[in-house]
Design a protein around this ligand. Sequence first.
Ligand SMILES: [Zn+2]
Length: 405
Amino acid sequence: MFVRYTGILKTCSSLKQIIRRAPLVPLSHCDAHRCVMYSSRLLHTSSPRYVNPLFVALLRPLSKVAAILVGRGFRKWWQSLPQKKKKLLLQHLFRNKYKYIIGSIVVNSASYSYYETHMVPAPLTGRRRFMVFTPDQLFTISQHTYSEEVSQYGHLLMPENHPMVYQVKRVGNRLLQANNNIPQLYTKSWTVTLIDHPTVNCYVLPSGDIVMFRGMMDLLENDDQVAAVVAHEMSHAILEHASEQLSHGYLLDVIILLPLAVIWAFIPSDGLALVTQWFLNQVMKIFLQLPYARNLEEEADSVGLKLAAKACFDVREASAFWGKMSVLDKLKERKGERSEDPAWLSTHPSNVERQDNINAQMEEALSIRNFCLCPKLSDRDPRHTIAMLQEQLMNVVPTNKSASK
Ligand SMILES: [Zn+2]
């Protein structure tokens, strides 16, 4: 009755199994030598054909410039033609319309076939997504990003014996041990780097390097909350979200090429074309890029919750943490400080949404804990404390509107 979650997540690993199947690489404070020595082989895929991300990084802006130049060149050329010549060209176009229609059908079919052959299921969730990059291909880039980040904050790296580093390592190892049956997890060489900086942030690279800032650690009250954040980051890496987002960006860039050329070809002045292009970019960002990024965040929250449940953490703390973040946002808002961006302009769901989504999956997460024979949770539910805080905030602290009345 508890097996409502799907796929590989439903298996509970015992410590004995872990030691036999894949000895864990202990999470260690990252150093340059350790970070470059690993390469994941399991995720190599021979088919479909994948694109080199460095090649695409160069090609993406160039293709946009080319589309603009082609469109603008066409407009200038058309404007310079005498009326008679324009008429002849339009007649030629009309006479051969079926050839052009068939040609565009062939091109569209080939594009669709390329798209379909690059749709692959996500690990664990099975969600089909467009992928032209593999995590392996991003490995080198992510190592470069990591080195840059570390050199930027080099003097702020926390020593390995720092209690915060110790805490993250302890939590991370427990997550790894409990989820050892997930290939994408145990084939990575996980490392964690803590940076002594007040930034409230934490991120993971496709290689499995987790970078956490002290500002984030200061907000986490216990191991269970640290687990919520670390499991979320691990989920991003397991689900190959970095490769997916790059692939999605690549797809959008290709889709936008034709409208871009059309804008520059048919809008009569460069100034108007530039404004229209800006507007098109905003529409793409608000309706396609940002919602996609938010969906990936929700997926990482969802899978992270299950990883934490399997490791017997108190998953209710994940909800409490996002609840606390929403309370802090509200307090900042009431003080007139800028809090988070509106949800529709953000790459992440709002803190309240994250709390709600986690609450909606709480029953399933608690079922996983039961299924894995985890110790009973304490009667003190951390969600109640946060709910009380949120309620008090609604009732006691005046809103800006009511304060200005
Ligand atoms: Zn995230």
